[in-house]
Design a protein around this ligand. Structure first.
Ligand SMILES: NC(=O)c1ccc[n+]([C@@H]2O[C@H](COP(=O)([O-])OP(=O)(O)OC[C@H]3O[C@@H](n4cnc5c(N)ncnc54)[C@H](OP(=O)(O)O)[C@@H]3O)[C@@H](O)[C@H]2O)c1
Length: 246
């Protein structure tokens, strides 16, 4: 299968790319840090193509789409994995950081949906997986935009599932709880799972019908139970998971 992934230079996207290329899929991955992309390519070889692309720059995304189309790389599966957590509440509200987070986590994902949906409609098949977060359901202290942007992404995918139920296309949303990557500088608790397990979970979603999914099981199950608690009490009681963060 042809698989397109955003954010393959580190963390979950990197592990996912290694596994999918190892399974013999043709993967095209993008990110900004070209040296890490080249390193990944050297490491996995095989059917991996990489492009340097900044998801905050629409002209860069358009140029990348052209490269894919020129090489007739119309993906069967798209994994919208790139995302970032940019602090916006250090002093008041930093609107620049807020906008950047939304541009990356929402528009930087929906761009690819808009671009390839016509191909998926024609083919009557295809699968798009949005990587969201349990943060879509809870505010955090360092960024008001991150949870809001993940909620927006999850809701946009709910909308796509509602609007296009019979087109042969799967619109899936994966909500991750804590995964040990650059984005989670938390404690060593067993509740925080390695990126390789998160990658395996994304691959397991390939077989599933349109829907919304949660991983790791235990932390996201407890998280969903805790939704009855007020935000302040939840944030206080889960502080131990973040004890290494500044
Ligand atoms: N780790 C967790 O606990 C956790 C929990 C819930 C959800 N998630 C979600 O999982 C996804 C993967 O995150 P991760 O934990 O694996 O973190 P990560 O290691 O920081 O990976 C993020 C990826 O996104 C890419 N990216 C960031 N900004 C970009 C930009 N402007 N243009 C293109 N690519 C960009 C990064 O590449 P470059 O910097 O090279 O561009 C990197 O490859 C994210 O959507 C995140 O929100 C993670």
């Amino acid at each position: 299968m042809k698989i397109f992934i955003t954010g393959v230079s580190s963390g979950i996207g990197r592990e996912l790319t290694k596994k999918l290329v190892g399974q013999g899929h043709e993967v095209w991955g993008i990110a900004r840090r070209i040296e890490l992309l080249e390193k990944l390519k050297q490491e996995v070889g095989g059917k991996l193509k990489v492009s340097e692309c900044d998801l905050l720059d629409k002209s860069d995304m358009a140029a990348t789409v052209k490269k894919l189309r020129d090489e007739n790389f119309i993906p069967d599966i798209i994994i919208l994995n790139a995302g970032d957590h940019i602090e916006d509440t250090k002093a008041g509200l930093d609107l620049y950081a807020f906008e950047k987070t939304f541009d990356l986590n929402v528009t930087g994902a929906m761009f690819w949906v808009s671009e390839f949906l016509p191909n998926f409609f024609t083919r009557k098949s295809g699968s798009i997986i949005a990587i969201s977060s349990t943060s879509a359901y809870r505010p955090g202290l360092k960024s008001v935009a991150y949870p809001a942007s993940k909620a927006a992404l999850s809701m946009a995918f709910r909308g796509l599932r509602l609007k296009y139920p019979n087109k042969g296309i799967n619109f899936n949303t994966v909500h991750f709880g804590p995964i040990r990557t650059r984005l989670w500088a938390g404690s060593k608790s067993f509740l925080i799972r390695p990126a390789g397990e998160a990658a395996d979970f994304i691959i397991s979603v390939f077989q599933k019908k349109s829907g919304t999914f949660f991983f790791p099981f235990l932390s996201t199950f407890l998280f969903r139970l805790s939704l009855l608690l007020p935000d302040r009490l939840f944030t206080f009681s889960t502080g131990f998971l973040k004890k290494d963060q500044d």
